[in-house]
Each structure stands twice: as C-alpha cells, then as structure tokens.
Design a protein around this ligand. Sequence first.
Ligand SMILES: C[S@@+](CC[C@H](N)C(=O)[O-])C[C@H]1O[C@@H](n2cnc3c(N)ncnc32)[C@H](O)[C@@H]1O
Length: 228
Amino acid sequence: MTKKETFSQMILNNSYFLKAYNKIVHPIFLSFFAHKKMNFVVVYHDLLALDPESQTSKKSIPENILDLACGTGWYGRKLRLEHKEQGTCIYAVDIATNTLKIAQKEKIKYGFGDNFQIINWNAEKLDLFEDNSFHEIWICGALHQMPHVDLVLNEITRLLDQDGKLFCQTFVKDEQAHSLIIRLCEKLGHHFFTKEELVIKLRQRNLKLINYSRSGLVALFYAQRTAD
Ligand SMILES: C[S@@+](CC[C@H](N)C(=O)[O-])C[C@H]1O[C@@H](n2cnc3c(N)ncnc32)[C@H](O)[C@@H]1O
C-alpha cells in the first residue's frame, strides 16, 4: 500500500481477524449498526431490490461486474453464481493481500475459472481497467473506510458504462445513534456520511441516486451513471 493505512484498512488485512470475518464479525457488526438482523444475504437482496429493473422481466446482462473492495469476496461469488449461465466475468478487487488469499481459496472451493478474477489493486487508481469497462459496480462495507473517497468515486464513474449501475452499502449518520459510537469509529478511520453528502458526491460525477434506504447507521443505495 502506498498511502497511509487507516486502522480499519489495517485490521481488515489481519489474518486472525479475517478467519472469523464472514461468519461472525460481519453479521454481528452490521446488525449492531443496522439495529436489526443484517448479513450478506440481506444486503445483497435489499440492494438488488433498489434497482427498478430487478422488478421487471427485462434485465440487462452485464459482460463484466466489478466487486470493488471485495474483501473475502462474498458479493463477487454471489454475483458469479447468479450470472453463471450468462458468462459474465466478475472482477474482485481489494487492496489487502490477506483478504484476497481467502477469496482465492474460496474461488477454488467454488470451482470458478477465468470468469472470476481476483486482483490486488488500490480502488483510488484503477488504471488496469479502461473507461466504461463495467455495467455494474458493487462496493459494500468499504466506501466509509476509504481515506480518499473522491478518488474512488471518480474511478467508479470512469469505469461505469452509460447507464451503468452502482450498488453500495456504506454507513451514514443517524441522529438517534450514540454519538460516542460514531466518534469511536471515526477515530478508527470510519467516515459516517450524511445522505446529502452522498447525493452531492454522486451528482458531481453524473451518478444519479435512484433509490436509497437506511436501517440505523447502515445505508444502501443504487445509483446510475447518466450522460456526461
Ligand atoms: C469491511 S471490508 C468489506 C469487504 C466486502 N466488500 C464485504 O462487504 O465483506 C472493506 C474492504 O475494503 C478494502 N479497502 C479499503 N480501502 C481500499 C482501497 N483503497 N482499495 C481497495 N480496497 C480497499 C479493505 O481491504 C477491506 O477488504
């Protein structure tokens, strides 16, 4: 990593922590902040439901999907399974090498081939991909812990094709939440957005917020790339 890591980035590359991440840490952490039971499956389905196209029978078939800041790769694997018949290629990208070791082991376990690519790269500068390379980008549990969110959003916009889809789970401020918890997380490198802040950041980049939902401090949104 070239730039200074946040505490969150550091911990998510710790192999002991990562062993318990998928089954224990992730659902407990997410449910605590959402104030209701939440896990990967819930986030995946709730995010998809935010896309109006998912309610119709006319669904686009993406050639390539990016699971950005994929961690251990749960979303990438789910997307691969969902698009198995269509030959969609999933690119699972993360900056942390240890988390990608787990993603790699899982890839083998699932028997995925070339249509599931695992790449160690920084989301701030995804110069390995050409403009308009993806019809879908997923970024879950990560935007709030990235020190240079604007650079990451610039890259997401560049990589999405016209009408390309952005699915995101992140954290937002909630007036009812104990400010001590927010302050502690902020010390660890988490940023809690406001909805307005997200809308502005998206609009500045021709990304239109289509649907948004929030449970406690957990925000899910679906945005679409509009014409320049
Ligand atoms: C909480 S994990 C979420 C992982 C996965 N998307 C999930 O929902 O389980 C956040 C991930 O963001 C990754 N990350 C943080 N900053 C990054 C950056 N600049 N480029 C790529 N990945 C980054 C971390 O390494 C970590 O794996």
